[in-house]
Design a binder for this molecule. Sequence first.
Ligand SMILES: Cc1ncc(COP(=O)(O)O)c(C=O)c1O
Length: 376
Amino acid sequence: MMITDMVDLAIDLGALRHNFERLRRLCAPGVKMMPVIKADAYGHGLLGCARTLAASGADYLGVGSVEEGRALRLAGISLPILILLGILPEDANHVVSQDFEVALYRLDVAEALDAAAAAQFKKVGVHLKVDTGMGRLGVAPQEVLPVLERLKTCGNLEVRGLISHLAMADLEDKTYTYRQISEFEELLAAARLKGFDLPLSHIANSAALLDVKAAHFSLVRPGIMLYGSPPAPGRPAPVDLKPVMSLRSQVVQLKRLPPGTSISYGGTYVTPDWCDLAVVPVGYCNGYSRLLSNRGEVLIKGRRAPIRGRVCMNLTMVEVTHIPDVEVGEPVTLLGEDGGDRLSGDELAGWAQTISYEIYCALGTANPRRFTGVEP
Ligand SMILES: Cc1ncc(COP(=O)(O)O)c(C=O)c1O
């Protein structure tokens, strides 16, 4: 083993399954569940998560790209797959041949999909994406009816529903969210009056699944709560969620430093007193943000050890003066539980001035993953 191998990023698939089951209970019977597993399942590993969620009863899977969808099909996953970010026209053939569905917001893509489906004697399912207030992907609300009319001429497209995304469902003040939902409902009603069925229309992310029943419609698209984080960091979710990702390492050197010793690049920390310092072989190349410098903490023997000085590329220094009997090889928890205390994705995110989503994506992208818990 090398020093650089002493990074253990564990993914607890049992916790993922537990979270899925808890979320399912929040929905009325018949509401479909589409776990969002884009960006490599928020860094948790696309295939392991997809298999677990499929075995737990997911109805659909929401991926980011054609590439992610293809990996799922190669692994033998036959569930309906929606490509949430949409596709480019050149991907149309793959989409049709692998039976993906697409979030649609461009007419050139609609035409390419229609032609590809016609050539393969198939139908392709699309979900028309409308921007009800996220200010991101989607056609404008006033374009929905004209686009639906236009799509009637694409005989091989099946418009399964409308899809939209909520911008502020995690806020306590739900005014903006209810405005988005009303807009969505009005569009659905107007479209149905014109004879468009749109059976699978959806807008709810984790926060709306939890707090806004009116947003559930026929399908919900939870992401972050599946991975064990509440959608609003300050307000823990009133459901029992288990963290899925943890990060552990060990102490590779210990030293006793006199007062006035400068630690790490730039000398941003100088010991005010005698200091027992532990060196941990995890740094920003492991997705452990440099913003944690002089702010973050790790757990050693169930106690908090503060980061001293700057987080380096491969190494981080923590103070253990107050923790007796620390030895070289001592386990270090950077994310997860130790001795009754726990460092959550939200706590790390708070120190690094970001959100737990980014913490998970960064750690998951940078490190090999070890899967634990039930993997079917
Ligand atoms: C279109 C779409 N739906 C649903 C989600 C899931 O959101 P959350 O992780 O907040 O539940 C995302 C996440 O970014 C998304 O982009």
